[in-house]
Design a binder for this molecule. Structure first.
Ligand code: NAD
Length: 495
């Protein structure tokens, strides 16, 4: 694998700092516990990361509570908070190359996308919420003349943010943006598989002028730091993004502790419906491959269930199979690489297990299907396409979270809708049809938080993102995200 670019040289020199950030300071875990973090690119040791325990979480929550109670952040004029958050966004862009490199080394995504997607989206998210701070007005209810009722939004207090490893910075920003803009304090627990950029973000926040204690980061494992945060009696809400399995636990932790609000953004098995009246099959095939294999297939909204009308199924399958090899895995530090390493060996084994299950259940592998680049010591899997899949198969029902696409066929519009909705998930869907009425009709019938028509890749901070059914209950992004991190207060005034 070529390693001749400057990113590989810079990676060799990088010494990532995995200590926690509590009350504006870098700190080791209370009892000095650490865990080893290795890069999925080549299994190289990146460093020792603080292994946060309940005591570390408690220190972070206390710092966050103190910052909230003395109003060092919420009490600042909105225009001032706006400026500071804008500076935070600028700092993120200023550290673009360092953050991109950390993200790529930590979780294996291609450096070109860390640079062009992850860092800019993170900065844009923070900047967008910064802009909103001094543009949101409260309400006055239509009450009788004898009284006035003000309906105001207030910051909730201390927000626990628990995020996954697939888009570590972006997922953190989707919580931080609205939570900080609304005046809350935050304790962020990044995934143990990708802790570094979160710690750097907290340092940059302090440099930008966000007061110490307002944004804290405690790295560590889910069953230790994550559980302690979700069970903490002084955390007002948990903004969680991760698997449906752990999302269930979040609800349980809230029930066992202080009934904190829980906002779950969970898994997906998104359906991509191609009707036989859609003429440009080549564009549809290129889009589904691009969206499916982006981020190694480790995207909650990957279109992993492709439903194609039987009349065009053969042609469409051939087009997708021909497209797949252009996403061959490569060294994430090479700027031309489009598909990098899976996050760790466990994830790679899980994905290969699904590929075996697909073949064992009778699906036809028409592209990929193998581990790749094993000689690097890293964790790579070929972009894989299965045809002849039925909706009862494991590969059609379960979230694989790797570069594996399943193609199913249908005969009628009713069957297509029923198949698409026959899933415990409901995150995204896509309808491809040249019929205006059909596109609207099917889009309305699909039980998913986002439905695309004749495209899949549009996304923007201005629109809500979240799922129906077991894909979650909250909505990240857009002004709607403020609902998660604010309380509504009614104040009656006698006139
Ligand atoms: P995960 O559920 O294993 O872990 C997510 C986070 O929860 C991590 O920080 C982890 O340490 C923590 N955690 C794990 N067990 C915990 C416990 N018992 N108590 C408290 N915290 C715990 O998920 P993952 O493997 O990191 O991420 C992949 C999942 O995230 C996929 O299912 C994907 O679809 C989902 N995801 C959803 C969205 C969305 O917006 N809906 C976005 C990205 C990823």
């Amino acid at each position: 694998m070529p390693q001749s670019n400057s990113w590989a040289a810079r990676a060799a020199d990088l010494r990532p700092d995995g200590r926690a950030v509590i009350d504006g300071q870098r700190v080791a875990a209370v009892d000095g516990q650490t865990f080893e973090k290795r890069s999925p690119i080549d299994n190289r040791l990146l460093g020792a990361v603080a292994r946060g325990q309940a005591a570390d979480v408690d220190a972070a929550v206390r710092a966050a509570r103190a910052a909230f109670d003395d109003r060092r952040w919420a009490g600042k004029a909105p225009a001032v908070r706006k400026k500071i958050l804008q500076r935070f966004a600028d700092k993120i862009l200023g550290a673009k190359e360092e953050l991109a490199l950390l993200e790529t080394l930590d979780m294996g995504k291609p450096i070109q996308y860390s640079l062009s997607v992850d860092v800019p989206s993170t900065a844009r998210c923070i900047a967008w919420y910064a802009e909103a701070v001094d543009k949101i007005y409260d309400e006055i209810a239509p009450t009788p003349d004898s009284a006035l009722a003000l309906i105001t939004r207030e910051a909730m207090g201390v927000i626990g943010a628990i995020v996954p490893w697939n888009y570590p910075m972006i997922m953190a920003a989707w919580k931080l943006g609205p939570a900080l803009a609304a005046g809350n304090s935050v304790v962020l627990k990044p995934s143990e598989k990708s802790p570094y950029t979160a710690c750097r973000l907290a340092e940059l926040a302090v440099e930008a002028g966000i007061p110490p204690g307002v944004f804290n980061v405690v790295p560590g494992f889910g069953h230790e730091a994550g559980e302690a945060l979700a069970l903490h009696m002084d955390v007002d809400a948990i903004g969680f993004t991760g698997s449906t399995r752990v999302g269930r636990r979040m609800l349980d932790y809230a029930g066992r502790s202080n009934l904190k609000r829980v906002y779950n953004e969970l898994g997906g098995k998104s359906a991509f419906l191609v009707f036989d009246d859609f003429k440009d099959l080549e564009r549809a095939a290129k889009t589904v491959a691009g969206s499916m294999f982006f981020n190694q297939g480790e995207s909650c909204n990957a279109p992993s269930r492709v439903l194609v009308h039987e009349r065009v199924a053969e042609e469409f399958t051939a087009l997708v199979a021909a497209e797949a090899p252009s996403y061959a895995p490569g060294n994430p530090l090479d700027t031309g690489t489009v598909l990098g390493a899976l996050v760790d060996e466990t994830q790679m084994r899980t994905v290969l297990g699904y590929i075996d299950a697909g073949s064992a259940e009778g699906a036809r592998c028409v592209a990929g299907g193998q581990q790749a680049l094993a000689q690097t010591g890293g964790y790579y899997v070929e972009p894989t396409v299965f045809a002849g899949v039925s909706n009862g198969m494991k590969i059609a029902r379960e979230e694989i979270f790797g570069p594996v696409m399943s193609i199913l066929t249908f005969k009628t519009e009713e069957e297509a809708i029923a198949l698409a909705n026959n899933s415990s998930y409901g995150l995204q869907a896509s309808v491809w049809s040249d019929g205006l009425n059909r596109a609207h009709r099917v889009a309305r019938a699909l039980r998913a938080g986002t439905v695309h028509v004749n495209q899949y890749d549009e996304d923007d901070i201005t629109v809500p993102f979240g799922g129906y059914k077991q894909s979650g209950n909250g909505r990240d992004k857009s002004l709607h995200a403020f609902d998660k991190y604010t309380e509504l207060k009614t104040t009656w005034i006698r006139l």
